[in-house]
Design a protein. Sequence first.
Length: 206
Amino acid sequence: MGPMDLAKWCLAAFLAATSVQAAAQSATLRPPKDFSSVHDEPSRSRAMFIEAGKVIQSPRCLNCHPVTRRPTQGDDLHAHVPPMHAGKGGHGVSGLRCTACHGKANITTHLKGIASVPGNERWRLAPSSMAWQGKSLSEICTQIKDPARNGGHSLAEIHEHMAKDPLVAWAWQPGHGRVPAPGTQEEFGELIEAWIATGAHCPARN
């Protein structure tokens, strides 16, 4: 793939990623205190994870948690353009790395039809063990808690990742033309913390 071809592919990718209006507003998240009336602790724990699931199952997160090891784009999770594969380490394959198009930060383009190019210093796909697309929130919850699949992390470390990781934070600052994840990262982190404190119970399978 020559430089001109790559530029065309990148342009197409950015066009595909701007399927939502820049003026769209993100949904809100209910705080843990809103669940205080649920006196049964396991039920309260499940309810808070379901609320946090609004973020976990948002397109901003799911696009980077594919089952196929191929990223998706947009609110409809359509195929990434150009075709990409995670490769070893989740950074793309030789000759077409993620960094060919994605830089260290979002870039506003000021071009018609291309609101912005998403970016982050740690831009990459999630590990294959953390594939979420096509799974129920119950399955994702079990996956997140499983040290054999979550990289050997404790629940405290999972909270730290979700509440403070800069790459996770991108979901609320996705660049012009993309709807942010619901609420804020701080609110999301509070829900995850409260979920853990109440036993980290998972929702029932549908």
